[in-house]
Structure formats: C-alpha cells, structure tokens
Ligand binder design. Structure first.
Ligand SMILES: [Zn+2]
Length: 209
C-alpha cells in the first residue's frame, strides 16, 4: 500500500501506535490484537493454550502460532478426552508429523496432561477452576512501560505451576505458567504504549488497522 492509498483513520487516537509484538506479520498481529491477554475459559481451550505454551519452550511463539492449525489437527482439536487415549502409535504418528514441533518429551507430556485433566474433572474440579484460582488479585501492578518491566515468573505463576504439577501435569514450570497466564488473560501485559491499550482508552473498541 502506498502513502496516498492509506485509509483515513475513522477512530480517535494515534492510528500508527505500535503493537507490543507482531507488527508486520498478519498472523502475529491478529494474535496480539485479539487473543493475547484476553480471558480464556473452558477446559479444552485452556488445555490447548497451556499445551502450546509448553511446546513453545525454547522456540519463538510465532513458530508455534504458524503450526497451530497442524497442532490442532494432530492433537484431535485438543479434546482432552481424545488426547488422553493417545497410545504409542499416536506418539509415533506425532513424531513423524513435520507440521508440529516433534519433541517426544513435549508430546508425551501433552498426553499425560490430558490424562491429568480427566482425573481432575473426575475429582469434581475443572482446569478452569484451577487456573483461574491463581489469577492475581486486584489491584494488579502498574501496566508495564517496556518489556523489561514484565517478569518472567511471579508468585502466582509459581503457585500455578506447583499445583498443576501436583495434579500430574508435566512440562509446566513457573515461566511457562506465566506465559500461559498472559496468553489466557489472567494478566494483561500489553505495554502502556500499545495500540490495544490506547484503543481501550479511546473507546470501547480497539483501534482499527
Ligand atoms: Zn500489546
């Protein structure tokens, strides 16, 4: 798009405010704008988010995001009841699937975590209950101005990781737990200058474009 083809901004606020991350990549932009920091509820959705954060460990998030459709196909839509029934043949299938992250420990952890989730539900609780019980109490800390203001883990994320481990989950440490808390909206770490934040201040809808 050339300069004279730029659409006229129709909403208040600086239209060119940068994003915290993702600028320039449509998939990453959409994830930043519409998903990161937005509350996620429901055991299937939380299971998927936490599983993908585990797969992300050691990689960039955009790598996992690009592979998300393949992950969903490979892991039966992250339906915990189906993943819990995965056997050695399924693990072999996943290890041969170039569309996903082929890491045996992470794949086996995801299957184990599905089983842990079913046991949790069997005991009368839900993953939603467990995860959201670790949401920080208000007032939350001040909105971060820069990435250096964002912790890699917090007391709440350490407690969440500890509880998930005690319930049989694997591959979930305090850092992955904190990334999951960000992704699932338990915390909102959009930076103070981010267009999502400025859009909320300007009006009920986020800034367009
Ligand atoms: Zn942001």
């Amino acid at each position: 798009m050339t300069a004279d083809q730029q659409p006229t901004p129709t909403e208040p606020g600086p239209p060119a405010a940068p994003r915290c991350f993702g600028d320039g990549d449509p998939l990453y932009e959409a994830y930043h704008d519409d998903e990161w920091g937005v509350a996620v509820h429901g055991d299937r959705a939380l299971f998927e988010r936490i599983a993908l954060e585990g797969f992300q460990s050691g990689l960039s998030w955009i790598t996992v995001l690009r592979k998300r459709p393949a992950f969903r196909a490979a892991f039966a839509g992250f339906d915990p009841e189906l993943v819990a029934r995965f056997d050695d043949a399924d693990v072999a299938r996943l290890l041969a699937d170039a569309g996903i992250v082929r890491n045996r420990a992470k794949i086996e952890a995801t299957v184990a975590n599905a089983r842990a989730l079913l046991a949790l539900v069997e005991s009368g609780r839900t993953l939603d209950d467990v995860v959201w019980s670790h949401a920080p109490a208000a007032p939350e800390r001040e909105r971060p101005a820069t990435w250096t203001d964002i912790p890699s883990q917090t007391d709440e994320s350490r407690a969440l990781a500890r509880e998930l481990k005690s319930l049989g989950s694997r591959f979930i440490g305090p850092t992955t737990a904190y990334a999951s808390m960000q992704a699932c909206g338990l915390v909102d770490d959009h930076l103070a200058g981010c267009r999502v934040v400025l859009g909320r201040i300007a009006g009920p809808d986020r800034l367009a474009g």
